[in-house]
Design a protein around this ligand. Structure first.
Ligand code: ATP
Ligand code: MG
Length: 383
C-alpha cells in the first residue's frame, strides 16, 4: 500500500510555542487544496496523506510550507519486510550506481536505532542489487525509511514550493494590475504566509472589459497557491478624469499613483490588513524612481512592500513563467496607467509640490466615491 509523505519547511518546526499553530494551518491549507475525502495525519515532523497519485501530489506541492512530497510504500515494522521493499524500490530505479540509506525512528520502541536500521538495510541492498555501491556524501539515490505505526519507505522526493503556510503572517492588500510584476509580487508575499486581498483599478470605458477579465484570470492563477482570492475592482475613471482636468500634465502619473495607494489603504482598513503590496521595481519607469516611490507613499499610514523592487525584469519574468501568470500578463489589453500617459512625466517629483497640486482636487470625495462603488469578485482554485 502506498501513501503520500509530505515534508515541510524547517522554519515551521522551529516556531517554538507557535509550532502547532503553523502545522495545523498547513494541514488545513493542504485539505483546502485537495478537497475532503482523504485522511491527513500529522506526526513527528511529517504529514501523511492516505492516498498517492501524481495529480494529488501536484496540488500538495503548491501549498506554501511544503518542501517535498514522496510516494511512500507502507509495510510492517519488520526488518525483513523493510528490506524487501527497499530492494524492490532500488531495482525499479534503473542505472543507479550509488546510494545511501537514511532512517528516522518516530516509534522509539522499535528495537533498532536509526543508524542501525540504515546500516542493516544498506547491507541488504548491497547483497541483493547488482552493480551498486554506498556513497554517503553524494549518493544518486537516498533510500528513506521512517518507522512509526508502520514502516514507510521511499526513494524519490519531489520538491515543493516551500515558504510559510498561507495566512500565517497576517493580511495585505495587493495592487494587482494586468502586468507581469504585480502577480509575482503577490506570489512572493503569499509565499511568506501573507494572506492577500487584491485591488484592481478599472477605468471604464477607457479600459475594456477584457482588461478586467485578464486581471480576474491572474487572480485565479494566484488562487492556485492561495486557495481563494478576493479582488476589489475599483472604479477609477472619475479620479483620473479629475486629475487630467485639474493637474499639470507632467504630474498626472504620480498623482494617480498616490490615489491608487490611498484607495488601497482604505481597502486595507476595511479588510483589517496591515500592508500594501505593489509590483514596483527600482528605475523601471519614471514612476518607479526612488523619488517617485517616496512621493507615492509619503501620505500613507501603512507600509508599502515591494518585493520585486531589487529584481530585474528577467528575474521577475522567470517567476511569472514558473507560476503560470506570464502568458496571461502579456495579453495586450490596455491598463489604466497606459492611457493618458504624460509625454514627459516627472522623474524627481517633490512631495510638497505634489501636495500643493492636489489641493485643486476633491480628494476625500473622490476616494469616498471610489470606495462606495467597489465591485467585489471572489475566485477560487476549484473553478
Ligand atoms: P505591473 O507589471 O505589475 O503592471 P508595471 O511595471 O506595469 O507593473 P506600473 O504600471 O507603473 O508598473 O505599476 C506599478 C505597480 O502599481 C504595479 O505593479 C501594481 O502593483 C500597481 N498598479 C498599476 N496599475 C494598476 C491597476 N490598474 N490596478 C491595480 N494596481 C495597479
Ligand atoms: Mg502595469
Amino acid at each position: 500500500m502506498n501513501c503520500m509523505l509530505v515534508k515541510y519547511a524547517s522554519e515551521i518546526s522551529l516556531k517554538g510555542l507557535n509550532k502547532k499553530y503553523f502545522e495545523d494551518l498547513l494541514v488545513t491549507n493542504i485539505r483546502k487544496a485537495i478537497g475532503n475525502g482523504f485522511k491527513i495525519q500529522k506526526e513527528s515532523g511529517r504529514i501523511y496523506i492516505d492516498t498517492y497519485s501524481e495529480e494529488l501530489a501536484d496540488k500538495v506541492k503548491k501549498v506554501f510550507g511544503v518542501i517535498g512530497v514522496a510516494e511512500a510504500e507502507i509495510t510492517e515494522k519488520d526488518m525483513d519486510k523493510i528490506g524487501e521493499v527497499a530492494i524492490k524500490q532500488m531495482k525499479q530505479l534503473k542505472g543507479v550506481k550509488t546510494f545511501k540509506v537514511e532512517s528516522r525512528r518516530g516509534d522509539k520502541k522499535f528495537p533498532l536505532q536509526s543508524l542501525e536500521i540504515s546500516r542493516e538495510i544498506g547491507g541488504t541492498i548491497l547483497k541483493n542489487v547488482e552493480d551498486i555501491t554506498v556513497d554517503v556524501r553524494n549518493p544518486e539515490v537516498v533510500v528513506n525509511i521512517e518507522i512509526r505505526d508502520k514502516a514507510y519507505i521511499y526513494t524519490k522526493l519531489d520538491k515543493g514550493v516551500a515558504g510559510m503556510p498561507y495566512g500565517s503572517a497576517g493580511k495585505g492588500v495587493l495592487l494587482l494590475s494586468g502586468g507581469i510584476d504585480s502577480p509575482v509580487a503577490g506570489y512572493m508575499m503569499a509565499k511568506r504566509g501573507l494572506e492577500l486581498v487584491g485591488v484592481y483599478y478599472h477605468s471604464h470605458p477607457y479600459t475594456s472589459e477584457r482588461a478586467k477579465e485578464k486581471v480576474i484570470e491572474l487572480a485565479r492563477k494566484l488562487s492556485v497557491y492561495t486557495g481563494s482570492f478576493k479582488l476589489y475592482v475599483a472604479p477609477f475613471t472619475e479620479i483620473q478624469m479629475q486629475i487630467i482636468e485639474k493637474c499639470k500634465e507632467n504630474e498626472l502619473t504620480i498623482i494617480m499613483r498616490r490615489f491608487m495607494m490611498q484607495v488601497a489603504e482604505q481597502v486595507a482598513k476595511k479588510e483589517n490588513a496591515l500592508a500594501l503590496i505593489t509590483g514596483e521595481s527600482l528605475g523601471q519607469v519614471a514612476s518607479q524612481t526612488l523619488e517617485s516611490m517616496h512621493v507615492t507613499n509619503s501620505d500613507l499610514e501603512m507600509p508599502v512592500y515591494r518585493p520585486v523592487v531589487g529584481m530585474d525584469k528577467i528575474d521577475i519574468t522567470d517567476i511569472a513563467r514558473q507560476i503560470d501568470t506570464f502568458e496571461t500578463s502579456i495579453l495586450p489589453f490596455e491598463d489604466c496607467c497606459t492611457i493618458f500617459v504624460p509625454k514627459h512625466p516627472k522623474t524627481k517629483p517633490r512631495v510638497d509640490d505634489i501636495r500643493k497640486s492636489e489641493e485643486a482636487l476633491d480628494k476625500e470625495q473622490l476616494i469616498a466615491n471610489c470606495m462606495a462603488n467597489m465591485e467585489i469578485i471572489k475566485v477560487t482554485n476549484l473553478q
